[in-house]
Design a binder for this molecule. Sequence first.
Ligand SMILES: NC(=O)C1=CN([C@@H]2O[C@H](COP(=O)(O)OP(=O)(O)OC[C@H]3O[C@@H](n4cnc5c(N)ncnc54)[C@H](OP(=O)(O)O)[C@@H]3O)[C@@H](O)[C@H]2O)C=CC1
Ligand SMILES: O=C(CO)[C@H](O)[C@H](O)COP(=O)(O)O
Length: 716
Amino acid sequence: MTTTTSRALALSVFPDAAATIEALAQLFIERAAAAIEARGVFRVALSGGGTPRPLYERLAEPECAERVDWSKVHLFFCDERCVPADDAASNMELVRDSLVSRVSIPEGNVHPMDGTLAPAEGAAAYEKVLGDEPLDLALLGMGGDGHTASLFPGGAELDAGEARVAAAVSPNAPTDRITLTLRTFGEARELVFLVLGADKAKRLAGVESQARGETMRGETLLPAASVSLAGPRPRWFIDAPAAAALDSGGAAALADFGVIGMAVMGRNLAFNVVDHGFDVAVWNREADLMRSAVAESEGRLTGTATYAEFVATLERPRRILMMIQAGKPVDMVLEALQPLLDEGDIVIDGGNSWFEDTRRREASLREVGIRFVGVGVSGGEEGARNGPALMPGGDVDAYERIRPVLEAIAAKTEHGDCVTHVGADGAGHFVKMVHNGIEYADMQFIAEAYDVLQRRLGMGPEELAATFKRWNKGPLSSFLVQITAQIFAKADPDGGWLVDRVLDKAGQKGTGRWTAQVALDLGVSIPSIAAAIDARVLSSMKSDRLRFAKVLKGPKVNADLGITVDDVEAALYAAKIGAYAQGMALIHAGAEEYGWSIDSEEIARIWTGGCIIRARFLETMMEAWRRNPNLANLMVDEKVSTELDERQAAWRRVVGSAVSAGIPVPGMAASLAYYDALRSARLPQNLVQAQRDAFGAHTYQKVNDPEGPFVHSEWL
Ligand SMILES: NC(=O)C1=CN([C@@H]2O[C@H](COP(=O)(O)OP(=O)(O)OC[C@H]3O[C@@H](n4cnc5c(N)ncnc54)[C@H](OP(=O)(O)O)[C@@H]3O)[C@@H](O)[C@H]2O)C=CC1
Ligand SMILES: O=C(CO)[C@H](O)[C@H](O)COP(=O)(O)O
């Protein structure tokens, strides 16, 4: 099958009638499922005639019928001949015989036009049956004269104004007809034409040129072309003989790259890829999103209607990016795609997937020769469109195949493209997960700085905006500090400042929480990231906090440690180092556990642009790992340790001042405690060991023989 990107018609051309019917049956099944999930019902209008009969029969076969929830399908008719419902010429009779009598659709869900009434009366009656809810799908055909439904060339029914259903007169018997109008088709969510056979080829070529705007003087606009111009761009499912007279013969270049998922991220990434000269085919479960992306692209994106069509549209080996909701949907889409793919094809999951899922998916697809690459993507909507940071993990050969696309779309900094092969299988999603953990901590530190500046130094939004703007020019320069300045500067249209109108309950989708869970499992200390997660949880307990605030008292002594704005800047910077040190320690532990070969300098480099945690400090991090690729902890790098030392007095003052005033600064305090623990040659955990041994005979090692045997003492 080929799919053209012709501006005139969206064509899906199949080698023969059977393949065309099969693809359309799959479209029907997928559209029914999507509509039922989205709106609880699938409203579809069917056409009559000989061409669609095999489609209805195919839908009635158990293999297809079992995949449709017929109790939620409502069948309408595109048109009807004014004959009794059981007449051989009736469209209702055709649909009853080929479909309705063979599937378990409730009688009340089938909505025939009443062919026993006079056409005008029947049309008026059907207006009420149809209602004003749009059709999800109208399945149309095209006659040899270019008519569709019962809209005939030059017919008055083409000019039915606001009517949704009209009376029509056919040049062929039976002449009296009832038809849906251009208005109804224009309002439908999706229109699909089914055109088969060489005898339609010339007329189809005529529709193509009319849809391109090439109507000769005196020539009547064919109804099939009028429908093309009236509403959603129809897809044309045609066989090769019907395509023979088209300009392109129906043939088109295959797309270089495919994107599944046209929500915020997928849509913007697809535009980013197409901007870099790749031909991109797109698919989305809910067709509206796909269609609006294709329409916005003005034909640069190739929309596809089914998984089969999507896959068939791609050059082999196929490169497919899935940008959909993480979790079960990824498995569901993979399950649908897998039978359609060939050995060597590459599937990329760009969502925020759990790295263990990525490891599992990579291993199971590898067994059938499909290469799976888990790519962490960061940068939000703007990053996806103009350059995200990309963290791919998986097979190196597969990476080489997708590398040109990833390098083209990634953010660019003076340190290169913000993409590198991170490691095998789930490495990319692991690194993205840690990125998000650091993101949580960075945001928490900024929130604490805001609280201290506000409550200790009495700053309002305007001063805060100016302060963060100034900080963004110094060592704290980063995306998050920059947007914080902009947030403070945003006035509320109703007066005051918008930030003050935002409820203090932080949400979370889960990637930060995963970071803490994995750190616990791997025995890595990430107190600042954990504190940031806790802080979101505590913030979400708003109603409890409102009650508890009436019971729990604040400090009686509120020591003014005389902190300055510069102190807060220093504390924010030092705390930030804590989160990056912890995040990198976790990445190293993950690499050790899962056998990934991770280049720390490269990780810092790809985070210098595009992603949410991009910051000037990442250059310091790059230098630290360039100086010593085996650096045990970021904090002990010579430059970083000096920076911490230079700031520690201010850092302690800020944390002390906040604690004294009863302002929670769990993130900054956790980073400080982490620093103090790391620099403590001796910690009080000798006592913890003694307690464990005392109550549970858990044994302990001795100071004078730290690598020696574990011993037990009788303490009690
Ligand atoms: N938003 C952001 O800033 C960032 C998001 N991400 C990650 O990127 C991915 C996409 O994010 P985003 O664009 O925000 O979209 P969402 O996470 O909101 O996911 C919506 C998309 O998933 C599709 N989908 C959901 N369930 C299924 C299913 N069962 N079968 C097929 N498709 C399904 C939806 O299709 P339909 O329209 O038919 O419902 C839609 O295209 C997510 O994993 C997200 O975590 C990564 C970085 C930043
Ligand atoms: O991945 C991202 C950016 O890198 C998203 O912004 C992240 O999913 C936001 O997470 P949460 O909703 O948990 O704050």
